[in-house]
Design a binder for this molecule. Structure first.
Ligand code: ACO
Length: 428
């Protein structure tokens, strides 16, 4: 029983509500028994005040702009770690020793190939299919190819499925790109790093050797780290909800990909770059800021605002720095970056954005970098899905191991007709 209790009085009945404390962050009112004790539900569309699970993976303090993975600040991980190491950390709870990291990296590299039959699956899509449509389909289809890792009650199978998903995602995303440009698929080359391998499968061709540019590989790896996990966001909650019914991991991750696709979530990086292109030059910025503030105009500043961050998204800070590194390495200078910097500056001086605490989020600058590396905008969300897979998988594993978790099944405030009798069609 929790030490602290809150009391709730409703319909002349007073009940004790346990108050739970995490290791850090706000206290949580445990209302699991509320319906049984009072006959009432809570109402919280968008879950703005609702915690759905206990988790030891990721902590966000949105007011302070803090993001920790297993306690480690995202800035330190992005600067000093690697995506493979962060993946190990998320999946296993602690940073690996050198041997553990080598073992893990080797294991992941052994799962990078796709079942050959899956390449024929791609050919069923139109060439202009959105990569996220392909990702949803192909990842869901993995469950039809890897039957030996779909028994969720077996920890070993769960582990293998987790490794497969993390390992195969770059291959799946790169093949979606290759298919869209009409180039042959490239098999993985496991002598390269996780990220270098992905760049080669995406931009290499069989006719010539592909040279990985170290600065681009580092930037891409950092982008993967920045997207690896983010607490109970929409797609992660989707993965957990799908998994709560006992669905297999490949189906659950496909559900997460579908949710991530939306422009309010993972699709925002694509939308942010399209917006910057539409704005074009800095002189047009005031006009678009006015549009974003106009309640009668559906236009919003994409890459701005966040459900949890009411301060600068710490990932955006790293992302902004990474833009300069990539530009220097590739000797490019996209004027859209200047437009983005100016837009940020003007928006952050504007009362509307100040009052509503709207700051740049991770997606604001990521599009500029990805475009400089050579990705078309349609691939942006697919890259997000690739990186977020490890977070989804870690959250899914945590959920399966948590005895408190049962099938997710929210209730509703019903406002439809009360019971009435059916009237045959001829009498209506
Ligand atoms: N531009 C203009 N106004 C905005 C913006 C924006 N980008 N974001 C929020 N607002 C305004 C809203 O109109 C609302 O105003 P109101 O109080 O007068 O009605 C207020 O700020 C609060 O916004 P909500 O939409 O209620 O905030 P919520 O937490 O539900 O939404 C969201 C957060 C979806 C991210 C929103 O800020 C948004 O649509 N941003 C643009 C899309 C985007 O960048 N998404 C990426 C999120 S990060 C990620 O998924 C990796």
């Amino acid at each position: 029983m929790a030490d602290k209790q809150a009391t709730l009085t409703y319909n002349d009945k007073t009940i004790d509500v346990p108050v739970l404390e995490g290791s850090v962050g706000p206290e949580v009112l445990d209302i699991r028994k509320l319906y049984g004790q009072t006959g009432a539900f809570t109402y919280d569309p968008g879950y703005k005040s609702t915690g759905s699970c206990e988790s030891a993976l990721t902590y966000i303090d949105g007011d302070e702009g803090v993001l920790l993975h297993r306690g480690y600040p995202i800035g330190q991980l992005a600067e000093q770690s690697s995506f493979m190491e962060v993946s190990y950390l998320l999946l296993n709870g602690e940073l690996p020793s050198k041997d553990e990291l080598d073992d893990f990296t080797y294991t992941i590299s052994r799962h990078t190939m796709l079942h050959e039959q899956l390449s024929t699956f791609y050919r069923g899509f139109r060439r202009d299919a959105h990569p996220m449509a392909i990702m949803c389909g192909v990842v869901g289809a993995l469950s039809a190819f890897y039957h030996d890792s779909t028994d969720i009650s077996d920890p070993e199978q769960r582990k293998i499925a987790s490794h497969r998903l993390v390992a195969k995602m770059p291959t799946i995303a790169a093949m979606a790109y290759k298919y869209s440009v009409g180039q042959p698929f490239l098999y993985p080359d496991n002598s390269l790093s996780y990220t270098g391998n992905f760049l080669r499968m995406t931009f290499g061709v069989p006719a010539e050797p592909y040279e990985v540019v170290p600065a681009v590989e580092k930037a891409m790896d950092r982008i993967f780290i920045l997207h690896a996990d983010h607490e109970q966001n929409a797609s992660t909650s989707t993965v957990r909800l799908a998994g709560s019914s006992g669905a297999n991991p490949f189906a659950c991750i496909a559900a997460g990909i579908a949710c991530l696709w939306g422009p309010a979530h993972g699709g925002a990086n694509e939308a942010a770059l399209n917006m910057l292109r539409e704005i074009g030059t800095p002189d047009k910025i005031p006009h678009y800021i006015e549009r974003a503030k106009d309640k009668n105009d559906p236009f919003r500043l994409m890459g701005f605002g966040h459900r949890v961050y009411k301060n600068y998204d710490p990932r955006a800070t790293v992302m902004q720095k990474t833009v300069r590194e990539v530009f220097d390495a590739l000797k490019v200078n996209d004027p859209l970056f200047e437009t983005a910097l100016r837009l940020e500056e003007l928006a952050l001086q504007d009362d509307y954005f100040i009052e509503k605490k709207l700051f740049p989020n991770v997606d604001f600058y990521s599009g500029v970098i990805l475009s400089a590396i050579g990705f078309p905008t349609t691939m942006f969300t697919a890259l997000f899905a690739l990186a977020r897979t490890v977070g989804w998988v870690a959250q899914w594993n945590e959920m399966i191991s948590d005895p408190a978790q049962v099938i997710g099944r929210p209730r509703q405030l019903y406002t439809g007709p009360t019971q009435r009798d059916y009237v045959p069609v001829g009498q209506r």
